[in-house]
Design a protein around this ligand. Sequence first.
Ligand code: FES
Length: 93
Amino acid sequence: MNSNLFGDYQKLLHVDVMGQQVEVPENNTLLRGLQFHAPETISYGRFCWNGTCNNCTVTVNDSGCESKGRACRLAASDGMHVTSVSSEIRRLL
Ligand code: FES
């Protein structure tokens, strides 16, 4: 995998994706993080990577408050709790 896809990182963050613990590089979007975790599948998904297709929609629970967003636009953060993902992401993880 081309490591130039990812922003510079020194450590991995821990993200819960519907009960699955995933390590993703800091300083990257959630979708890049998922690609880091599952490069053989996410890399070939139907994603625009620029915020227009909506194939990367996720729901994030932040201290009991749920909000929807696009994984290609959301910065991954340590302890992030993703409670739902688009059918495209689910198909690939
Ligand atoms: S990948 Fe298309 S909106 Fe995120």
